[in-house]
Structure formats: C-alpha cells, structure tokens
Write a protein that binds this ligand. Structure first.
Ligand code: KIV
Length: 290
C-alpha cells in the first residue's frame, strides 16, 4: 500500500500488476476516516445511502440534495483513497446537460470520479461527462435504478447470450471513455468473460474473484444495515449494529438507576462558591416550603 493519492493511473497500474483494489462504500465523515486509515483504495459514496442511511426501500427516492451532503462528508475525511460520487436516479438519465452539471457538483466537492448505471443506452451521457473532464465509472449487471425493468434483485448474466449483451454494454462504456466498470451480482465466469474483453479496470460486487477489485457496502461489512436484504456475496467482519444497541441499552439502564452521570462526569467548582450556591438552594427550598 502506498501513501500517495490514488488516481486513475494508479488503478490502471494495479490492473496491469494483477493487484486487487480494495473498494468500500462510505456515506459519512467517520466511516471515511476509518476506511482511509485502514488503507482502502477506493470509496464509493453510493446511492445505496438511500437504504443504508435513510431507511428507504430502494435507491430511487434519493436525489442530489441528499447525495451532496453524503459526498461532502466523505470527501472531508479522505486524502489518499479515490472517491467516487454515485449519480442518483434522474440526475443524469434525461439529458447530457443534467449529467455534466450534477457530476460537476460532485467533483467540485472533491470527488475523483462519478458513477452511473447502464450500458450502451447511456454511453452518450458518459461521453459528455468525460468530455467535460470528469472521470466516469460504469455500472452493469444488477443496476438498482432499473429495478422494475430487471424484475427485482436478480442475478444477471446467467447465459452466454446475456453475458454477450453485457460485453457489448461494457465495450460501449469503455469506448465512451469510462475509466473503469463495476459489475454487480453475476456469476464469476460472466464477470471474468467481461473483464477479458476490456482494457480498463473492472471491479465486482457479488461478481466473484476474477476481477480487478472488490466492492462491499460498508454496512454489510460492519453489521449495521437495518433491512431485509441479505445478499449471498456479503461477508460480515464486525457487529456494529448489535454493539450500538448494547451500548444504548447499557446507557439507558445506568441513567434509569442513577449510575450515570457519576462524580467523574461532573464539573468541579471552587469549594467556597459551591458552599454559597448550596446555601442559596437550601434557603430557596425552605422559603418555598413555608
Ligand atoms: O450505491 C451503491 O452502493 C452501488 C453499488 C452497489 C455498486 O451502486
């Protein structure tokens, strides 16, 4: 791991060396700082914030207003890692101008790149952002912004035909100037097949090991996702959710039985001043009682 800022060139060199890139999501300042200290290479401020941070049922209800807060918080915590802002639903689909302006907001806050979902059908958008000087990551496979078209959270690319369609989409994105791709929820063989058609780095989330790096949603790694979705590809490395709940329960108990705050949590005062205040309180108590 190098302490130098991760750039598009660093990521391309990692692909050339067959070195796995470590990629997580983050949505807030402390998580970004901890990820950075752990030496994570890439951070996605995902529109998954809709579900992880806001308790929404899917990613369709989050917009630029909310994403800008998450992006600003993460960018403040990161110096070395490569930060990608995820363009939310309808921030880029309608027109090139929307795509460029919204991507520009993320870059102005410190993002190194943006990500958008879809293949050939959004390649013109990708080209417009790249032409505006913005690094773009493509996203193929399970693309949650098209959930109803996909028929739900389904594994993608399960036949040669489907894999070939994904390759065409991947090539369209690469030709439009995308610096990398993320593949979501597909068999390892399909992901490897797509990767070998491309020159740019290809990352996976639920796409097996034969890619240039792994992305996992931080809440899934840390164990603080509140919701019903538990994808097969997730591995939990901590139990932050139950740690938080246990800490709140212990605090609630101590407040209720009077153990918190203890003397060590209270501010001291000069003994003479303290005696004067106490005398005044005693005087007030006896005057209200008489
Ligand atoms: O929003 C997100 O976290 C994503 C990843 C699942 C790729 O788009």
């Amino acid at each position: 791991m190098t302490a130098k800022k991760v750039t598009v060139a660093t990521l391309a060199a990692m692909r050339a060396r067959n070195e796995s890139t470590v990629f997580v999501t983050a949505y807030d300042y402390p998580t970004a700082v901890f990820a950075e200290r752990a030496g994570v290479d890439m951070i996605l401020v995902g529109d998954s914030a809709a579900m992880t941070m806001m308790g929404l049922p899917n990613t369709l209800e989050i917009g630029m207003t909310e994403m800008l807060v998450f992006v600003r918080s993460v960018c403040r915590g990161v110096k070395r890692a490569f930060v990608i802002g995820d363009l939310p639903f309808m921030s880029y689909q309608a027109a090139d101008r929307d795509a460029v302006l919204n991507a520009g907001h993320f870059v102005a806050l410190g993002c190194d790149a943006v990500k958008c979902e879809g293949g050939a059908r959004i390649s013109a958008r990708v080209r417009s952002m790249v032409d505006a000087g913005i690094n773009v990551m493509g996203h193929l496979g399970l693309t949650p912004q098209s959930l109803s078209q996909l028929g739900g959270y389904r594994v993608q690319g399960k036949s040669l035909d489907a894999a070939n369609r994904l390759v065409e989409d991947a090539l369209a994105l690469q030709n439009a100037g995308a610096f990398s791709l993320i593949l979501e929820a597909m068999p390892s063989e399909t992901a490897a097949y797509i990767r070998e058609h491309l020159d740019v780095p290809v990352y996976g989330i639920g796409a097996g090991p034969q890619v240039d790096g792994q992305l996992v949603i931080s809440h899934d790694i840390l164990g603080n996702f509140v919701g019903d979705i538990a994808p097969k590809f997730v591995k939990q490395y901590a139990h932050i959710g139950s740690d938080i709940e246990n800490a709140f329960s212990a605090y609630a108990h101590e407040v209720r039985v009077g153990h918190f705050p203890g003397p060590e949590h209270c501010y001291e005062i000069d003994a003479v001043q303290e005696a004067e205040i106490r005398a005044k309180r005693t005087q007030r108590t006896s005057s209200t009682q008489s």
